[in-house]
Design a protein around this ligand. Structure first.
Ligand SMILES: [Zn+2]
Length: 366
């Protein structure tokens, strides 16, 4: 079925920014020729929408979340969001130098894995009892029915795709029809259903372990069994907007399913830098003052009757000093970046680094 005329095509889609080896293919249903990517395992005919496992049968249940936005609407939405997000972070002043490019819609393949989940966790939290610290056992189990959305692509994930996938439970699902795709590219799946189920387990485990670790000091055991009831193949509309600010290009990702921005980049401006430097400087001053107060407080307590809990005061002062110092350093590091990432609510997203962790560890001491 797949002919031997292999051609190299520059795949200039957003999702796969690489050169794919593709083969020419002829649709089983409408006979139209179209190219197939080397890694495609489930393909959709761009002319009639016929969807099948490569080298196998038709996918019986193929679904779609409708796109709620036109190109024009996406530009308006981007502008509104940029104004809102810039006002909260880098300053509205950027708006006059922004040029929004033509938005691109891509239909992203996903699997919605619907399963009965049995979960168990065992961990511990350190609590203070008198002058000692003891472990408090935290144990729980739960049986629920849940969806886990899995991206059906193996290569380079697009900007904001994880945030987008996280919002998919909020939109309606319909039967797939090529007429619903507005002539925008329908990406093929690069993983099969069995892989999707394995990935769903992995993704859920990873996410829930991270959540549990936030709630306790040590997670000893976590177990998840998923009894899969259903796995649907669903195409979802992902919009990517690129805009220029002075000489740089920045991105905004929008969900066509819910007509919301899921993640955006904003340029770091002078105004933003000055604001952060000022806060950072304030923190350094607090830090220095606490460190200076330290010996005096120790001295005053030594003069006291030694019967009270006052010994904790210098410790608290020292902790404040160290924490504000670390926070100041983190802030300064952020200022040196070229752009920041901002979520749907206009909140700046924390970069994953070791410093905030250190901060949390020090905070956790009390
Ligand atoms: Zn066809």
């Amino acid at each position: 079925m797949v002919q031997n005329t292999v051609i190299a095509a520059g795949d200039n889609t957003v999702m796969a920014e690489k050169t794919d080896i593709v083969s020419q293919f002829r649709c089983q249903q409408c006979n139209a020729p179209y190219p197939l990517g080397a890694d495609d395992v489930i393909a959709t005919c761009p002319y009639c929408g016929y969807t099948f496992e490569v080298g196998g049968d038709e996918i019986a249940s193929h679904l779609i979340q409708k796109n709620q936005l036109s190109t024009k609407k996406v530009v308006e939405l981007t502008k509104t969001w940029l104004e809102f997000a810039a006002d909260k972070t880098v300053g509205k002043g950027i708006m006059k130098d922004i040029k929004i490019g033509k938005p691109v819609l891509q239909w992203i393949p996903t699997f919605k894995v619907d399963a009965f989940c049995s979960k168990y966790h065992l961990g511990g939290k350190k609590i203070k009892r008198g002058n000692e610290k003891v472990w408090k056992k935290i144990e729980g189990s739960e049986n629920t029915r849940e969806n886990e959305w899995v991206l059906a692509r193996r290569h380079a994930a697009s900007f904001g795709i994880r945030e987008f996938i996280g919002t998919l439970d909020n939109a309606e699902i319909h039967d797939f029809s090529i007429d619903l795709t507005d002539n925008f590219p329908v990406l093929n799946a690069e993983i099969v259903i069995d892989d999707a189920e394995r990935r769903a387990h992995l993704l859920k485990t990873r996410r829930e372990r991270d959540q549990l670790k936030e709630e306790m000091d040590e997670l000893f055991d976590y177990r998840l069994t998923m009894d899969i009831k259903n796995c649907d193949y669903i195409h979802v509309p992902y919009w990517l907007v690129r805009y220029n600010y002075r000489n740089g290009t920045f991105r905004v990702a929008i969900s066509g399913s819910t007509a919301e921005v899921v993640l955006g980049e904003l340029p770091v401006t002078k105004q933003y830098r000055i604001k952060k430097w000022a806060i950072s400087l304030g923190m350094l001053i607090i830090s220095a003052l606490s460190m200076q107060a330290l010996p005096y407080s120790v001295f005053l307590i030594a003069l006291g009757d030694g019967d009270s809990d006052a010994w904790i005061i210098p410790l608290i002062i020292a902790a404040i000093g160290i924490m504000t110092f670390v926070a100041a350093v983190v802030l300064v590091a952020n200022v040196l970046k070229y752009e920041i990432q901002v979520d749907a609510d206009g909140e700046e997203r924390e970069e994953e680094s070791d410093l905030p962790l250190t901060l949390k560890d020090i905070g956790g001491f009390f």
